[in-house]
Design a protein around this ligand. Sequence first.
Ligand code: NI
Length: 135
Amino acid sequence: MRISVFRKAHFNAAHRLYRADWSKEKNEQVFGLCCSPNYHGHNYDLEVRVTGEVDPETGFLIDLKVLKEIIKKHVEDRFDHKNLNLDVEDFKTMNPTAENICFVIWKILREQLDDKFELGVRLYETPRNYVEYPA
Ligand code: NI
């Protein structure tokens, strides 16, 4: 039986969207309030989907305790109450947009999960704005 399980998680983080190689005017035009120099925060909600075959012996797809710990250790502990631009290596060279954060989280989790699982990540930057990888 092929099935998906989901785990929700949450972190608060600050960010700023800008390009150092662009003028102040162009940054403001493209990124609006999100490029304000003193950063701002979001309450990010994360939904992780793991898909695969149920183990007939246990009836589990994946032990949710294990999934919870992976997300906590590798995503929440790394991102929660952090300044994404300054504290997370990937965003020193890449804008921490919801799109890029979602993809980075997917990459982090992909490394932690067995290849037999399919993985999907949905990231809410606000209750109404969210992104999903893979598309
Ligand atoms: Ni923002």
